[in-house]
Write a protein that binds this ligand. Structure first.
Ligand code: BDR
Ligand code: CA
Length: 304
């Protein structure tokens, strides 16, 4: 089993990604850390604990950064609802899973105690990962890779040119992208093709207990407008871990725009080599939509 740490901000698509990861036979989730993003830190931590209670899974949880490194916080409650996971009456969480220590310290300990290098899977803003790199740079050699959901090679979904997770904390993203740790950027290019339509959602409704819960969350995701497909952004990062062949990738240089008056938070992806810099990121450019859909439904089928 591949040891991973998931850093998350649930978030409806985070909840779905967590389900797929928690029930996968190939992943060993050592720790789940939370970060302010889709909604506040308190809410995303509460949501993570509620999900674990729902799934009856015992994974330690540590709460991390409650705001970005430099800029004022933004959120995505317009997409995920006020609670971040609107639409389903979850059980009250098992607070015993919540560690007292900060996410960054918990990550540090988990990484150094692991027998093999750990893969980090951030599916929210990169604040915790940047703090980890700055506070404990010595752990870099024990991180196998960072498979992150974030960024775009074209337009954004939070700003004209900025994807939400990067836009929420561009300075943190800059630190992570320049960390020299191998990075896989699973961004909007593929998220826009990882779609769930009303007929898929109907299948989920009667599939099992998890499918039923997700069906209800989907009624509130983006205000329930499902006709054009709901984007399973965060699940793409999990799909990459389990089946990278589903993706078309390219190694390239990516930098984060911090100061552009119109483009701050943009992942500047130098596919043509204009900047003449060494490659630092494996960028997912495309995804096999059929394979994704098949994997997606099959993974949720296991969540019982
Ligand atoms: C990302 O932003 C969040 O709203 C989603 O959970 C996902 O991680 C997509 O841009
Ligand atoms: Ca997310």
């Amino acid at each position: 089993k591949r040891p991973i740490i998931i850093d998350t901000d649930p978030g409806i698509d985070d909840a779905v990604a967590l389900a797929a990861a928690l029930y996968s036979e190939e992943l060993d989730i050592k720790l789940i850390t939370t970060v302010a993003g889709n909604v506040s830190l308190d809410k995303v931590t509460y949501n993570t604990l509620r999900l674990l209670q729902f799934f009856k899974k015992e994974v330690p949880v540590a709460a991390g950064a409650d705001r970005p490194l430099m800029k004022e916080p933004i959120d995505a409650s317009n997409v995920h609802g006020e609670t971040g996971m609107d639409g389903y009456a979850f059980p009250e969480p098992n607070e015993n899973l919540l560690l007292e220590e900060h996410a960054v310290n918990a990550m540090y300990k988990t990484i150094i105690q692991s027998n093999e290098p750990i893969t980090l899977v951030p599916i929210g803003p990169l604040t915790n990962i940047a703090l980890l790199i700055r506070l404990y740079p010595e752990v870099k050699v024990n991180i196998k890779e960072i498979v992150l959901m974030g960024g775009s090679t074209t337009r954004g979904n939070s700003g004209v040119m900025a994807e939400f997770n990067i836009h929420a904390d561009p300075e943190a993203a800059k630190i992570v992208f320049h960390s020299s740790i191998p990075i896989v950027m699973v961004g909007l290019d593929v998220g826009w093709k990882a779609l769930v339509y009303p007929e898929d959602s109907e299948k989920l409704k009667t599939m099992n207990k998890t499918g039923h819960m997700i069906y209800h969350l989907f009624q509130k995701y983006r205000g329930g407008s499902m006709k054009k497909g709901l984007k399973m952004y965060d699940s793409c990062a999990i799909a990459y871990l389990l089946n990278p062949k589903m993706f078309t990738v390219e190694e390239t240089y990516v930098d984060i725009e911090l100061t552009g008056s119109l483009t701050a938070g943009c992942t500047v992806t130098d596919l043509k080599g204009y900047l003449n810099k060494p490659n630092n990121v494996t960028v997912c450019l495309d995804i096999d939509e059929k394979l994704f859909k098949h994997w997606f439904l099959e993974s949720l089928q296991k969540c019982n």
